[in-house]
Ligand binder design. Structure first.
Ligand code: SF4
Length: 317
């Protein structure tokens, strides 16, 4: 691993994606008073709310789906404006007509609950041909059956289909209060089963997850403990043995690398053409910008704090 790769790995402990070099912004002026052309570098497009499992802890409150052709036109326009585009679900693999959009966006990663891969294992070839090199599969260990209709057995089969196709498999795990101490065991399980990456996300009581038991929510002490655990585990395992990354949704609890990307780097566009700061905040009333004729405008000078998670404080406190 080069020094730069090591740096990016260290930085990634608390961010959604690696830091990115700034690109020039579109040469358009905002037609809306109090709004500027979005000054960040990435547009995250939630392509569909369609899902084959509708998990109990799903935090995505938006509804609707983009037409696949319209989606490609939009990606091309954003790229022309200098933005990087990232596509996400609910369950983006449900409709294969979205695969060309991943290719156009030059996106090498996709997230799934895994069910579609187990139901149609031959689909993995199409996904690989679309240039996907990493597939993240939700695997929530002790809380899987409470959250999801996809059993651990099915999710593991999906991970193995990914691995056997020569695609990098990422285990994606939500952490709840009762299971923070199980994190070392979850990492060991990945190593024992030949999965080289695990990513942890905090349980956020948003969307359908608002109906679940509030005892699942990590408090500040739990989050500090979480940070100590994954710091120790990253020291124990080299990045080549097990790459351990963390969503920023654990907030400010010790990491000097905490870096919230919402509004600072990216905005979210939903199928109803609404603009939001973070995927946990894709609900009416939380808009932070306007989509207009292929461009995105955000409230002038409006930023989120870099070193904390607004979604965590909005929904878990
Ligand atoms: S608000 Fe929280 S979850 Fe959203 S981008 Fe920032 S750190 Fe991540």
């Amino acid at each position: 691993m080069t020094q730069r790769e090591q740096y990016l790995y260290n930085a990634s402990i608390w961010t959604h994606h690696h830091p990115y070099i700034d690109k020039p912004r579109p040469a358009v002026t905002s037609p809306f008073s109090g709004y500027e052309v979005f000054p960040g570098w990435q547009i995250l497009i939630m392509i569909t709310s369609e899902c084959n499992t509708r998990c109990r802890h799903c935090y995505l409150p938006y509804e609707g789906s983009f037409d696949p052709d319209e989606l490609q036109n939009m990606i091309a326009q954003f790229q022309k404006d200098g933005y990087s585009v990232y596509l996400n679900g609910s369950e983006p693999l449900l409709n294969p007509e979205y695969l060309p959009a991943f290719q156009l966006a030059d996106q090498k990663i996709v997230m799934t609950n895994g069910l579609v891969l187990v139901q149609r294992p031959e689909y993995i070839r199409e996904i690989r041909e679309a240039g996907i090199g990493t597939i993240g599969v939700s695997y929530h260990f002790d809380i899987q059956t409470y959250f999801s209709r996809v059993s651990l057995d099915v999710a593991k089969r999906a991970l193995n289909i990914v691995k056997d196709a020569g695609i990098h498999a990422r285990v994606m795990t939500t952490i709840t209060k009762p299971y923070v101490d199980m994190i070392p065991k979850y990492c060991d399980w990945c190593i024992e089963n030949g999965f080289e990456e695990i990513r942890f996300t905090n349980f956020i009581a948003q969307g359908r997850a608002q109906e679940l038991d509030s005892d699942l929510i990590l408090d500040l002490e739990d989050r500090k403990h979480y940070y100590e655990l994954i710091t120790a585990l990253r020291a124990k395992y080299s990045i080549d043995e097990l790459c351990i990354t963390s969503c920023g949704s654990f907030g400010d609890c010790g990491s000097p690398n905490m870096s919230c990307m919402a509004l600072n780097d990216f905005v979210i566009l939903t199928p109803d053409y609404k603009v939001y700061p973070c995927f946990f905040q894709t609900q009416p009333g939380m808009e932070c910008g306007i989509y207009h004729e292929g461009h995105i405008y955000t409230k002038t000078g409006f930023k989120f704090p870099r070193h904390d998670c607004t979604s965590l404080h909005l929904f878990n406190e």
